[in-house]
Design a protein around this ligand. Structure first.
Ligand SMILES: [Zn+2]
Length: 423
């Protein structure tokens, strides 16, 4: 490392990434999928020593912009390094054989929660390696779960459901860490067009995508993933017990605020209830929650679509549900479930006994990643909110999985109407 490097990287001096002696000069190599984590190499996306960086982008997904704001506003020391004392995971997760397959996990760092222990030597040598996964415990207090207890569908066992009706969980937060060649392969495209699109469509935010093809890892500025585990945390990754899974894409309007135009919160809570039931039968349940608001189109697009749906001639109808989204957004859905199974593979899941989802895209992505799905369950019809029947019937007619109610013909779909905006 040039002795004057830190001096050269001083405050008001911007060093472009095309100067490899000042940035990425002492980068540890990354051999994605290597079994030995030291051979795989630590992922370094911190800025306290730019010479050590070996990844494009930065930590905390989209929140990296707030960090930049804090620095710009002079409210944060740019040289601050996290003190990781007592931050270790509350339970052991992995390593699993899926971690050593470069193609099986491409959008997260499987060693992300074990940084503190695994890369002790490198940390002691001054590398600012940061965890990209954290694992902790919590209690859930939800009215719907309390109702499920009162109605006898789940019960107080003192373990999963506590005496005061709290539900105990183990939970993990996962930051996106993309191995670009693997992500490209997952979508059946070449790495170069992927890098070019990521560069151009972010307004040129990450020049290394173009200037440094040798850097293969990127921490993209997108939302993270949360995993909620119900049952004995020692069963994580065990495939000799019953396994229930719901993979859920964020919907702030319904999940948090209870908006009744879609089935998201009822589906999420149904998934949680089924996970608790599985745990109470001696198995384990996983809810995997992805920050992909409004089918990854964002909430502004989503609200525009709501207006377009409800103001169209003839009113909101199941017959035109997907069409109105496509008119506004250009696509019906941008969630691309191709990367979703990585979180399941990180936890060593090989078989899902009960998949709580109607989505064929999710199902096909999971089975395509090598995980067996034994049974699929849709949301029970009585849990669908009033204004959400437009979405539900449109999805069923489009081929979403359902085994209880069947799907409608076109002439029936036009009769399924949502509320008007003035109702
Ligand atoms: Zn929703």
């Amino acid at each position: 490392m040039p002795t004057s490097a830190s001096h050269r990287l001083r405050k008001n001096h911007i060093v472009l990434t095309s100067h490899p002696h000042f940035i990425y000069g002492d980068s540890p190599e990354v051999s994605w999928g290597a079994k030995d984590p030291h051979k795989r190499g630590p992922i370094i996306a911190s800025f306290t020593n730019k010479l050590h960086r070996n990844a494009i982008g930065s930590h905390s997904g989209s929140y990296t912009i707030y960090r930049a704001l804090a620095l710009a506003a002079g409210q944060m020391d740019p040289d601050h390094r996290p003190d990781l004392t007592n931050t270790d995971p509350v339970t052991q997760i992995g390593p699993f054989p899926s971690w050593y397959d470069a193609d099986r996990i491409v959008s997260l760092d499987p060693w992300g929660h074990l940084v503190h222990k695994t890369f002790k030597k490198e940390l002691a040598a001054g590398m600012d390696i940061r965890p990209t996964i954290a694992v902790t415990r919590a209690h859930l207090v939800m009215t719907e779960l309390e109702n499920a207890i009162n109605q006898g569908r789940i019960f107080i066992d003192g373990r999963v459901v506590k005496a005061n009706k709290d539900v105990a969980v183990t939970k993990a937060a996962i930051e996106p860490v993309w191995h670009l060649p693997g992500v490209a392969k997952r979508f059946g495209i070449e790495e170069i067009p992927l890098r070019k699109a990521l560069f151009e469509e972010t307004g040129g935010m990450f020049p290394e995508l173009i200037t440094r093809p040798d850097l293969k890892v990127m921490l993209p500025p997108i939302g993270s993933t949360s995993v909620y585990v119900f049952g004995d945390e020692k069963l994580i990754g065990r495939n000799d017990v019953e396994v229930t899974v719901r993979v859920h894409d964020e919907c702030n309007g319904s999940d948090v605020f209870g908006s009744d135009i879609c089935t998201c919160r009822p589906y999420l809570v149904h998934g949680i209830e089924e996970c608790i039931k599985t745990a109470q039968r001696g198995g384990i349940g996983y809810i995997v929650y992805f920050r992909k608001e409004g089918r990854a189109l964002g909430e502004v697009t989503k609200f525009l679509v709501y207006n377009a749906r409800k103001r169209q001639k003839g009113g909101d109808s199941a017959a035109t549900y997907f069409h109105r989204t496509e008119c506004v957004a250009g696509v019906q859905d941008m969630r691309f479930q191709e990367l979703m199974p990585d979180a399941l593979n990180w936890m060593g899941i090989k078989r899902i006994d009960n998949l709580i989802s109607m989505s064929n895209m999710k199902h096909d992505a999971i089975t395509g990643s090598g995980i067996k799905v034994v049974r699929r369950y849709e949301i029970p019809p009585e849990k669908i909110p009033g204004d959400a029947s437009v979405e539900m019937e449109a999805k069923k007619a489009a081929g979403y999985f359902n085994k209880t109610t069947g799907s409608m013909k076109k002439n029936e779909l036009v009769k399924v109407k949502g509320r008007r905006l003035d109702e």
